[in-house]
Design a protein around this ligand. Structure first.
Ligand SMILES: Cc1cc2nc3c(=O)[nH]c(=O)nc-3n(C[C@H](O)[C@H](O)[C@H](O)COP(=O)(O)OP(=O)(O)OC[C@H]3O[C@@H](n4cnc5c(N)ncnc54)[C@H](O)[C@@H]3O)c2cc1C
Length: 460
């Protein structure tokens, strides 16, 4: 069973591209298998109006190519273009097999080789690195009498921002990150936009201009001094972690901060109705808004908190009998969470993936030579996954250098609930992997958890 390369990487999103860069740097050969026709992952596929990141892109971009800009957050197209630049600049593009969907993967212990069945034939490698993403199909709630509605009900997954809603009365259902990005963008051209949320939520509005500190670090970077941007990324990560821990430890203080944040923009009544959730800050992800306050003030966008009871030909009726007339109802209701897009087996036995233990968010219990980063929830994805990927490569190199066939961590029966519980996590709680061996705080993890430590590892 001769391997085609050291590592097969699944997915050419931000995870797969980051892995490809690090693998090459450390002397491991790889191929990236990508089902789609371009790089970018979610930044290729999420084409709805206003799709953008909500992490400062200076920290969300790769550490080996920080993205310098006078704006903090960037839109989908810019992020995808950046990822394409990375793939070209670091010679990753020729090593990606586009249009190649992984269908299943089997590990053969006797040979220490993964055999990966794809839509374009079988490939083999010593290690499998899975960056297949975690959002799967759109979450599509059903509503009473929706077939009576004369307008259109469409999920953001089916939208393309080339489409115009000029002159239309639009309702955007949801108040998570998607709705908070999409609704203000639509409000620029639509006749009216109502953002309809089932219950109040925390939303934080930012000014998208990079502050003086970010601009100064970037200026030094451009003049050849790299350290300030590196320190800035550490600082921004530490800030994320401190806010996450402090908000959860002192919810009353956090609520007071949100109150202050919104009170100058909306009336007391509106604040109470829309921005005072039953849960505490950072029990769910906090969407970051740009231009929401202004759109509310200008009357281009209205917020409504209530539950849809049924549709009528001209719009919808809420449970409290209020009616909203509209032409288009956009479901910003998110996605189902699914970490595994193909089945795995070890020596012919299928791996039971539901509830599997996940060591340090990267190695799955009982599955040899397999690495699959699953990052922190409150911080930029890359700030966790880069360290996880480095750790994975340390482990691979140990296997190779010691002439071993494989490495594995034991499967453990664990119960660990994720630290935040938004709807998409709650819907898939029983299937989610059980994380252990790290803190879920990148500032601590990147220093402590991802140092090479062989205690949990079983080499063969
Ligand atoms: C609109 C939006 C905004 C976001 N903003 C942020 C943010 O600000 N900060 C943050 O940290 N995170 C954000 N995220 C989360 C984001 O998903 C992660 O940051 C990150 O992009 C995940 O990258 P990935 O490469 O792991 O997965 P994906 O981007 O999902 O890429 C997975 C790739 O694998 C391919 N693939 C899947 N299955 C197979 C298969 N069987 N065979 C071959 N290829 C396959 C897919 O085609 C895809 O290209 C956002 C997500 C969305 C949708």
């Amino acid at each position: 069973m001769k391997p085609d390369c050291d590592v097969l990487v699944v997915g050419a999103g931000i995870t797969g591209l980051g892995a490809a860069y690090q693998l090459a740097r450390r002397g491991l050969t790889y191929l990236v298998l990508e089902a789609g026709d371009d790089v970018g992952g979610v930044w290729r596929t999420h084409r709805w109006h206003g799709a953008r990141c909500d992490s400062d892109f200076i920290k969300y971009s790769f550490s080996f190519k920080p993205f310098l800009s006078d704006q903090c957050l960037h839109g989908r197209a810019r992020i995808q273009a950046y990822l394409r630049e990375v793939a070209e600049e670091f010679d990753i593009l020729p090593r990606i097999r586009f249009g190649t969907r992984v269908l299943s993967a089997s590990f053969h212990s006797a040979h220490g080789v993964w055999e990966v069945r794809t839509s374009r034939g079988v490939l083999r490698a010593r290690f499998l690195f899975n960056g297949n993403g975690y959002f799967s199909s759109p979450h599509l709630p059903r509503f009473r009498d929706e077939e009576r509605f004369a307008g259109e009900i469409v999920h953001t997954a089916a939208l393309d921002d080339a489409r115009s809603f000029a002159g239309k009365r639009v309702v955007v259902v949801g108040s998570g990150s998607t709705a908070v990005c999409c609704a203000p963008e639509l409000a620029r051209t639509a006749a009216s936009v109502v953002m309809l949320q089932r219950s109040p939520s925390y939303i934080y509005e930012i000014d998208n201009r990079a502050g003086a500190l970010i601009r100064a670090c970037q200026a030094l970077y451009r003049s050849g001094l790299r350290a300030p941007v590196r320190l800035l990324r550490w600082y921004l990560q530490l800030r994320d972690d401190v806010i996450f821990v402090a908000f959860r430890a002192f919810p009353a203080l956090a609520r007071a901060i949100f109150r202050r944040h919104w009170r100058e923009a909306v009336s007391e009544e509106a604040y109470r109705e829309h921005f005072t959730p039953r849960y505490d800050p950072w029990q769910q992800r906090i969407p970051v808004a740009i231009g929401l306050k202004r759109a509310l003030r200008d009357g281009r966008l209205a917020l409504c908190t209530g539950e849809i009871e049924r549709f009528t030909p001209g719009g919808m009726v809420l449970k409290d009998a209020r009616e909203i007339a509209c032409d288009v109802c956009i479901l910003a209701t998110g996605y189902e969470l699914d970490l595994f897009r193909f089945g795995l087996s070890v020596d012919g036995a299928p791996v039971e993936l539901a509830g599997i233990s996940f060591h340090k968010g990267i190695m799955m219990g009982g599955v040899p030579n397999y690495f699959h980063p699953f990052g922190a929830v409150h911080s930029a994805w890359t700030q966790s996954t880069e360290a996880m990927t480095r750790y994975a490569i340390d482990v691979m190199l140990r296997v190779r250098d010691e002439g071993r066939r494989g490495v594995c961590v034991p499967r453990r029966e664990l119960w660990s609930a994720p630290r935040i519980l938004p709807g998409y996590v709650l819907r898939s709680l029983s299937r989610l992997p059980r994380l252990y061996g790290n803190w879920g705080l990148p500032t601590l993890d990147n220093v402590l958890s991802y140092r090479f430590d062989a205690r949990e590892l079983r080499f063969s």
